[in-house]
Design a protein around this ligand. Structure first.
Ligand code: AMP
Ligand code: GLY
Length: 424
């Protein structure tokens, strides 16, 4: 089978690495890929959000399945364009990707289907938005409606900050994405990510994970795309996963089908868990990055049959993938200055040495080749990933590998996994 993966980050490297091991995969393509992905797949120089370029590539190559990694091409309708030419796609249509593409849509959808989430209001008018703050207690959660590369959420500690943020967002702080706002109740609790595979009609659970969004140790400093992740997430035990499937994932998939927006692909539910109850923080229409890296590393089953069933139907006949290795952790190595102004171009050495540490794989997120040398080419650059009999062993292996990487411009958090380790 020929598979095309769209994207070029650590998430797509992990997917390519996993599918390369499938006995059924004969040709593996990735567009645009990166130097790490090039070791397992043929990379094609088409940007992930170049919809016309991706469609042209798919027409030329006629893959049996296209797996779309990032949200931007999904929200822009890449899956629709590929389905129009009869190419199976793992990834939702634009109308289904609205679960991530519009916070307002997703909040109204959850309200229509009684899916547990924070109380909220939607606003385009600043005075109405300010008046809604009267119904809430601080801290206030303000969200740009549209995609803002993970930066469109502001948690304001005081009323004055919230009011200033309302004005800034409506004045275009996140461009068109913040022309409309969601303001919601702050949910205390522990955050976790849950992933389920969906074929438009039904869903099967995949796995849970937790990531570390803040740039600094102890979960401090600005939000990022994620500085590290681990799976399983102790808080998402089997009972909690069953609750999330029953109260959130299945009603979501059934609700989307009933509204004429069948959801196909992986559904990533960002959860806040408190007092044994899970509520939705947000939906994403794709795998988490870096959560995908730990899930693919732990997974012993070949996911290809399930991915195909998501694209073409019949997931109800597939069993849940259950063969998982011991815990996995990934440590993100980012370029100094990330998330504001990462230093690009620094030469990176030592990856082969790092991968000699047993049970370690290094996924490339933002690397490039320049004059034959591997250089940093983004904010999050490497994902040093390890498994172990215990999370502590995985963490120790990952940091032993990090210490073999020679990249003076890079940094990482040294406390990935702390919350789960503290639980003991
Ligand atoms: P989102 O992009 O919606 O996931 O929001 C980014 C981050 O803001 C989340 O990962 C949470 O840490 C936090 N957050 C968002 N909404 C809420 C909420 N209603 N209550 C508490 N924290 C929230
Ligand atoms: N790591 C969180 C995300 O992919 O959105």
């Amino acid at each position: 089978m020929k598979i095309l993966i769209v994207g070029g980050g650590g998430r797509e490297h992990a997917l390519a690495w996993k599918l390369k091991q499938s006995a059924r995969v004969t040709d593996l393509l990735c567009a645009p890929g990166n130097p790490g992905i090039a070791t397992v797949a043929q990379c094609e120089p088409v940007a992930a959000d170049d919809i016309e370029g991706q469609v042209a590539l798919a027409k030329r190559e006629r893959p049996h399945l296209v797996i779309v990694g990032p949200e931007v091409p999904l929200v822009a309708g890449l899956a629709d364009r590929l389905r129009e030419i009869d190419i199976p796609v793992f990834g939702p249509s634009a109308r289904a990707a609205a679960l991530e593409g519009s916070k307002g849509f997703s909040k109204d959808f959850m309200a229509r289907h009684n899916i547990p989430t924070a109380a909220y209001g939607r606003f385009t008018d600043a005075s109405k938005a300010r008046a809604f703050l009267d119904t809430l207690a601080p801290p206030y959660v303000l969200k740009a409606d549209g995609l803002a590369a993970g930066k469109g959420v502001v948690i304001a500690g005081t009323r004055a900050e919230a009011e200033a943020e309302i004005d800034a967002m409506l004045a275009g702080r996140f461009g068109a994405a913040s022309a409309s706002l969601v303001i919601e109740e702050f949910m205390p609790g522990e955050e976790a990510s849950f992933f389920a595979l969906c074929d438009g009609e039904t869903a099967v659970a995949l796995a849970g994970a937790q990531d570390h969004k803040r740039v600094g140790e102890g979960d401090t400093g600005p939000n990022t795309g994620g500085m590290g992740a681990y799976s399983p997430a102790p808080i998402l035990d089997m009972a909690m996963q069953a609750q999330v499937m029953e109260r959130i994932v299945l009603p979501t998939v059934q609700g989307m089908a009933a509204e004429g927006r069948p959801y196909r692909g992986v559904l990533f539910v960002g959860l806040m868990i408190a007092n044994g109850e899970a509520r939705v923080v947000e939906y994403n229409c794709r795998f988490g990055d870096p959560e995908c890296q730990v899930i693919m590393t732990r997974l012993k089953d070949d996911p290809l049959a399930q991915f195909l069933a998501c694209a073409t139907g019949g997931l109800a006949g597939c069993r849940r993938m259950e063969r998982f290795a011991d815990p996995a952790v990934t440590v993100v190595m980012a370029a100094k200055g990330y998330p504001d102004a990462p230093v690009k171009g620094g030469v990176i050495g030592g990856i082969a040495a790092a991968e000699q540490v047993p049970d370690v794989t290094v996924f490339h997120a933002g690397t490039a080749l320049k004059d034959g040398q591997l250089v940093a080419n983004g904010g999050r650059v490497l994902n040093v990933t390890a498994t172990g009999h215990t999370l502590q062993e995985a963490v120790s292996a990952a940091y032993a590998a990090v210490d073999r990487i020679d990249w003076p411009d890079g940094f990482c958090r040294r406390d990935i996994g702390w919350r789960a380790l503290q639980r003991g």
